[in-house]
Design a protein around this ligand. Sequence first.
Ligand code: OOG
Ligand code: MG
Length: 262
Amino acid sequence: MTLTSRQKTVLEALQDAQQNHKTLPSFTDQYPDFEVGDAYGIQQALIKSAREGGDVRIGFKMGLTSRAKQESMGLDSSVYGQLLRSMVLSEGDDLDASTPVQPRAEPEVGVQLKASLEGPGITGMDVMQATAVLFPVVEVLNSRFEDYNFTLPDVIADNTSAYRIVVGSYVRDPGTVDLRSMGVLVEKNGRVEHTGAGGAILGNPLNAVADLANLRARQGREPLRAGQIVLTGGITDAVPVDPGDHLHVEFQNLGGVSVVCS
Ligand code: OOG
Ligand code: MG
């Protein structure tokens, strides 16, 4: 796909902000007709350039799938981004919270697929059957937009603020956890900052994977494949993290994830 000159300008500004740890004002202020479709084209180009540089795409992340997240960001539609191998940290690894300009962490359910999911018409039940394992994740965002002030096209072009994902060490069979009523506790430095339940994600986090498969089909993009992982979106609002912070997220029946920020 070839980019328009405006898409190229936005792409270069985002890459510069990412590499040089800067923030940007919303593009919609400069380009009032900047649309979601243009933005996914920019996101695709960002990922292509990362892959050409040797990175590997490992899956996708859904965003703005809970009311808590939509209200906090002032947006009313879900979005997706793409996950690269260089973003993945394991539990116990230090999270560098001093290089990114404005890191924030949020609790998510991760899914790894064992079969492809090709929309349209994919349901949560199809996702259940195509799921190899579920695992707990702390997603660490770092929006390239100042103070997380962005519109839908902005955040989509910015690969939905993706920075790092910290993957917990437990995995579970999809049939063994009731994701809807699964409680979640987010603690920072020993204090509970947020509480939530899996049902905050579209009634069940698996529905976010179905939405992704169907949206990809509407966009005419390739389907989800076996082996890919999908993050289903922040269950609670995100918490800002600073060097020295200790974060712990507990997912009922799905284990916990601890993150030490340096
Ligand atoms: C946009 C990304 C949203 C989620 O899980 O809702 C997201 C943002 O909040 O910066 O990852
Ligand atoms: Mg997220």
